[in-house]
Design a protein around this ligand. Sequence first.
Ligand code: GLA
Length: 433
Amino acid sequence: MAGPPVALPPVLLVVVVVVVLVSGVEALSNGLALTPPMGWLHWERFLCHTDCGDEPLACVSEQLFMQMADIMASEGWKDAGYQYICIDDCWMAPTRDEDGRLRADPVRFPSGIRRLANYVHSKGLKLGIYEDVGNHTCAGYPGSFGAYELDAQTFADWGVDLLKFDGCYCDSLEHLAEGYRNMSLALNGTGRSIVYSCEWPLYLRPFQQPNYTEIRQYCNHWRNFGDIFDSWDSIKSILDWTASNQDSLVSAAGPGGWNDPDMLVIGNFGLSWDQQVTQMALWAIMAAPLFMSNDLRQISPQAKALLQNREVIAINQDPLGKQGYRLSKEDNFDLWERPLSNLTWAVAMVNRQEIGGPQRYSLPLSVLGNGLACDPACLITRLLPTRAELGLFSWVDILSQRVNPTGTVLLRLEAPAQSRRALSGGRLPRPIL
Ligand code: GLA
């Protein structure tokens, strides 16, 4: 299957070649999403509220996105890496205009999307929008079926930087696949850099195993599993599903293309503090796109600090771009690890027991990274739930940590400085036996 045509300046071409060599699987060649995209997306928190008379602060309107853009730029979110302000479903007028073009609801978006994009850009941020491959969006607004080029051009003319492309109301699997491919080609054809977020595998899965080699050629990230809810049950189901399917998912991810386990719901109503820590830690381990769906106008300082934790974000954004995986599941503990660049590893211990108090987990360091993560020694820093430098460990050591019920301890294991120097000088560290 041929990918979209490549017309890139030499610098981007070099980047793409490097990316392909590193990941081993060809990615969409638009030069975007070399690390998982980060931003804010309205859906989980604001759904399809269209009555601004009744819900002036929570309806899907240009005011909502402008307010989020103001806060993203002024309260540390942009500096932490959150860049895309994304509109989800329910932004459109119920019908296209007389030329067949999409238009925003004139009451809720009186200035139009182009002006909104200008506003978002003036804050140093980017704008995302939503459409659907079928005849209607999931909430019943006009879909893109049969108008992929026109809609891609409309989005490009408006200055849109990301498209979330849903898969509702598509009448056949052929149309689904063709539609996702055609929209990718149409976006590329506009010449504008537009991140392409797909739900292709999610809509395919009930009928067919997705072909991730192909999906990666067309999409920058893709949803595999149902919609996230603001609940621990939902987080657990996403983690369990991802772990059960990790053999096909992990190798599909890499610079340019990512598995998307859906939005971060930290800062809302349904998760305890420990469960919010678990979501942040595991979304970092899974190399997930980080799109918050919360109300940045009213968020606790604790949730804000968690979402803006630079060291955890650095794990999520690690340039090696390898997705982590569940290493073991025993005695009510799930153990996850993720290889990072520079001989570093991230490790998450999740306490799945929902009765009692904190439980002690004893981790033989020799099990990590196929025996290599702490070989012959490593410096361990605990990043979550609280930061602590735990010190230098040898690969025969056992690390013991207390983990709250439904909470997670997130660790970073680094090779000591001399091992890294040896590696960069071409010599591998000698194991101490
Ligand atoms: C689907 C998607 C959600 C959201 C809604 C909007 O359910 O999976 O993420 O976009 O549609 O209607």
